[in-house]
Design a protein around this ligand. Structure first.
Ligand SMILES: *Cc1c(COP(=O)(O)O)cnc(C)c1O
Length: 459
């Protein structure tokens, strides 16, 4: 396929799910009813749903066939052995625990290793990771490299961890107080940017030197392997799976939300090399998730995960996945939409502050763009800016987030090229109309995670 500009979806469609086509008038009403917060919209009022890539993948005919074969036995189900074998094949880790999703694995592992006076260090902790660590009483410190904080210039591995800072931090805190070093691939909260193998090896060397636990948050490890193969010297001739296997060989354990690169709608796992930690986690698993051969999962879910973990490393799939996300980003950049560069694996991030300079941060330019995308095109996205991360000072003044971004997360195998062309067309209208857009005020908000339920009014 290399000699063609057009990358085809490497699948054909066997079953369809209708999209309800709405008019601008409909959407104006729906958005008012949802108080200008698309999290409060019913999904049947959305035409293109870019809210998240988590749990939104389309399963293959093989996976659906696996669903029918799911073994629902309480203990020792064949579907569990299929899932365990697929994970072992990939990670080589001896102890594998199934969980109902990623955060359950996080709660178990970080709950066990965390607690007061413990520190976890990561390139960037994902929100649920940080929440589970802090809930245990421990602290979570992010040390992504400086290049990773620059949103404009190309750098091949913006997800890398700062190795100098890592070693200094371990020395400062004392190795015995480090709960673990967590490498997130790709770096979700840092724009889906990849981590190089060289960096992963550098972390391994430091963790070994100080005898510190090293974990991989591997939700998007296949997407990360794509970037390594195409950007890192020495990996050109390795398969994506071999690259992932090498990365797993470096760490003491891994946590995965199967809702990403296992191409399923629900599931997760925890894998470990150390028996003592694994035994403790297994006890917690049985108390809170389920017996050790199903975690919180149905047999059919485990069957689908086993198949998805193999499918995701298919070279045609990964090429399509990464290139189609980049295609959207590249085209938007060409028509003048300011965005984070380069494009990461699973999403395109628009810089709303730059798109709407007339809207002050306390009127939420990101939320304004989220609303415009819905009004103009029925596209649902999420604000990652001051609605999500803003705080108030003692006088009730907004302390804004460092950036006002809008994320377009692309579900796996769900939308076709014409859906993407449509999104680009909607953005052309966004550009034409950019000077007429006004901000929003928050009229009702919860104490925590306010992006989910806040209500807004338009200026
Ligand atoms: C999604 C995600 C998680 C949490 O997984 P859930 O399945 O949503 O509980 C953890 N880490 C990263 C990097 C993620 O993207």
């Amino acid at each position: 396929m290399e000699n063609f500009k057009t990358i085809i979806e490497p699948f054909k469609i066997k079953m369809v799910e209708p999209i309800k086509v709405t008019s601008r008038e409909d959407r104006k009403l729906f958005l008012e009813q949802a108080h200008y917060n698309p999290f409060l919209l019913d999904s049947d009022k959305v035409m293109i749903d870019f809210l998240t890539d988590s749990g939104t993948s389309a399963m293959s005919s093989e996976q659906w066939a696996g669903i029918m074969k799911g073994d629902e036995s309480y203990a020792g189900a064949s579907s569990w052995y299929n899932m365990r074998d697929a994970i072992f094949d990939l990670t080589g880790h001896e102890f594998i625990l199934p969980t109902h999703q990623g955060r359950a694995a996080e709660r178990i592992l970080y709950g066990y290793l965390g607690g007061k006076n413990k520190t976890f260090i990561s390139n960037t902790h994902f929100d649920t990771t940080r929440a589970n660590i802090e809930f245990s009483g421990a602290e979570a410190i992010d040390i992504v490299i400086e290049e990773g904080k620059n949103t404009r210039d190309f750098y091949p591995f913006k997800g890398n961890i700062d190795l100098t800072k890592l070693e200094t931090l371990i020395q400062e805190k004392g190795a015995e107080n480090i709960g673990g070093v967590i490498l997130t691939v790709t770096n979700n909260s840092g724009g889906g940017q990849p981590v190089s193998m060289e960096n992963a090896k550098g972390v391994a060397a430091i963790c070994k030197k100080y005898n510190v636990n090293y974990f991989l948050d591997c939700c998007r490890v296949a997407e990360n392997s794509y970037f390594i193969k195409h950007r890192e010297k020495g990996y050109e001739n390795k398969t994506y799976k071999e690259i992932a296997q090498e990365m797993f060989s470096l760490v003491d354990g891994a946590i995965m939300s199967a809702k990403k690169d296992a191409l399923v709608n629900m599931g997760g796992f925890l894998s470990l090399k150390n028996k003592e930690i694994a035994d403790a986690c297994k006890n917690l698993l049985i108390i809170t998730e389920g017996f050790a051969t199903y975690g919180g999962l149905s047999g059919r879910d485990m069957e689908a995960i086993a198949i998805g973990l193999r499918e995701v490393f298919d070279a045609d799939y990964l090429h399509y996945r990464i290139r189609s996300t980049a295609f959207l980003g590249e085209r938007l950049r060409e028509i003048g939409i300011p965005l984070m560069w380069p494009i990461g694996g699973h999403a395109v991030y628009i810089d709303a502050k730059e798109l709407y300079p007339q809207i002050p941060v306390n009127e939420y330019p990101g939320q304004a763009l989220v609303c415009e995308l819905y009004l103009k095109g029925g596209i649902r996205t999420v604000e990652i800016g001051s609605v999500m991360f803003g705080k108030y000072d003692d006088n009730g003044m907004l302390i804004p987030a460092p950036m006002e971004l809008v994320r377009l997360a692309i579900p796996r195998r769900v939308y076709t090229q014409s859906h993407i062309e449509y999104v680009i067309e909607v953005f052309e209208k966004i550009i034409t109309d950019r000077n007429n857009v006004k901000g929003l005020t928050i009229i009702e908000e919860p104490k925590f995670l306010r992006h989910f339920t806040s209500k807004f009014s338009r200026k």
